[in-house]
Write a protein that binds this ligand. Structure first.
Ligand code: PLP
Length: 388
């Protein structure tokens, strides 16, 4: 059987050999990084060298790296932990962009439902971008009441890149901590924790060529979020749980290589992505390209096909050996139009016919050619199915 063309790297990207090697080298070795004997100290060294590598690659200090079990946990720690830490001083407003991943949105809504927070969803423009004035106005309505601001570095559905430095500076003018979810940005865009001037930054292993189930929150040293997980206090007393040394070693190798190769990969993916967009437009003239054409993730192409259901397109493409995503959540089997597209002002019917193709380090011209070959007949079939 011919391998399918995998165009779903934003969901997860294959591990790179260097990460597999770093990880497997640790699997059979004994030692808990908190143990005092030689095996424990050896494991501790692996963890601390991994911490140094992640910090060096992302412009942070080693002491600012808090390892977690993935991006979702890091987002939860940032949103809940910073809210709890600042609530005592009367700051209860949580400002998050309306296009965040559910790993940010849902903890924020949970705080509103259960913990006395007032969550404000920052509106975005038609490209999915938070305008600096929007944030400034929201803060200036009552600066002292804002617990934190969270705006993602780049959007996982439509790929739009946010003006993070500018937004973080606005929050800082009022002494408000700023968190960014950079899960999709690392390896595709230059990302620097200190350069962007943010206080907290989320990353995830499996989006950059590392393993699933490991990630980190980069956390400025002055910040003390209230922990979400209580226990042994392993990570700066902020995150408890035995550190998964093999996973952390794999994460460090993946982040190091993703950052070192970022510029070359971005160039390659931009060429492939632009070719994909141009040729899909030729094959399906009424297709709509969502997001910002210039300032977007190099590997992201996001389309709306009028008159189609995204799920139908996805399954028909899968049958033709093309793997992609609708990018939107499916709740109890009922397809929901994406909250990201709705926030951008899309018509709900148009939003339902959307597909995301996301490219990554294993993507080739042949993957793009496969999509172009099958897209017109697939859209035709999905339209006929949509009409009946
Ligand atoms: N944030 C963004 C922007 C994502 O795209 C994802 C994964 O889809 C996550 C957070 C969650 O990361 P993880 O899968 O490591 O929990």
């Amino acid at each position: 059987m011919v391998e399918p063309a995998y165009l779903d790297h934003a969901a997860t990207t294959p591990m790179i050999p260097e990460a597999i090697e770093a990880m497997t080298a640790q699997f059979a070795r004994p030692g808990n990084a908190s143990s005092l004997h030689a095996s424990g100290r050896r494991t501790r060294r692996v963890v601390e060298e991994s911490r140094e590598a992640v910090a060096a690659a992302l412009g942070a200090r080693p002491s600012e790296v808090v390892f977690t079990a993935g991006g979702t946990e890091a987002d939860n720690l940032a949103i809940k932990g910073l809210y709890w830490a600042r609530r005592a001083a009367g700051a209860t407003r949580v400002l998050v962009s309306s296009v965040e991943h559910h790993a940010v949105l849902d903890p924020a809504h949970w705080l509103a439902d259960n913990q006395g927070a007032q969550v404000e969803l920052l509106p975005v423009d038609e490209f999915g971008r938070v305008r600096p004035d929007t944030l400034r106005e929201a803060i200036e309505r009552d600066p002292g009441s804002v617990a934190l601001v969270s705006v993602m570095w780049a959007n996982n559905e439509v790929g739009t890149v946010q003006p993070i430095r500018v937004l973080a500076a606005i929050a800082h003018d009022h002494g408000i901590p700023f968190h960014t979810d950079a899960v999709q940005a690392i390896g595709q865009l230059p990302v620097s924790f200190s350069g962007a001037g943010v206080d907290a930054l989320t990353l995830s292993g499996h989006k950059v060529g590392g393993p699933m189930g490991v990630g980190a929150l980069l956390l400025g040293r002055g910040l003390e979020p209230v922990p979400v997980l209580h226990g042994g206090g392993q990570e700066r007393e902020v995150r408890s749980g035995t550190i998964d040394a093999p996973a952390v070693a794999g994460l460090a190798a993946a982040v190091t290589h993703a950052v070192a190769r970022q510029e070359a990969l971005a160039k390659h993916l931009t060429e492939l992505r632009d070719d994909l967009i141009r040729r899909v437009r030729e094959a399906v003239p009424d297709v709509v390209v969502n997001g910002d054409l210039a300032d977007r993730l190099p590997g992201n192409a996001h389309f709306a096909f009028p008159g189609c259901e995204g799920d139908a397109l996805l399954m028909l493409l899968d049958a033709k050996g093309v793997e992609c995503s609708t990018g939107s959540a499916c709740s109890a089997g009922v397809a929901q139009p994406s909250h990201v597209l709705l926030a951008m002002g899309a018509d709900p019917a148009a939003a339902r016919g959307s597909l995301r193709f996301s490219l990554g380090h294993t993507s080739t011209q042949a993957d793009v050619d496969r999509v172009v070959e099958v897209i017109a007949p697939v859209v035709e079939r999905a339209r006929r199915a949509g009409l009946t």
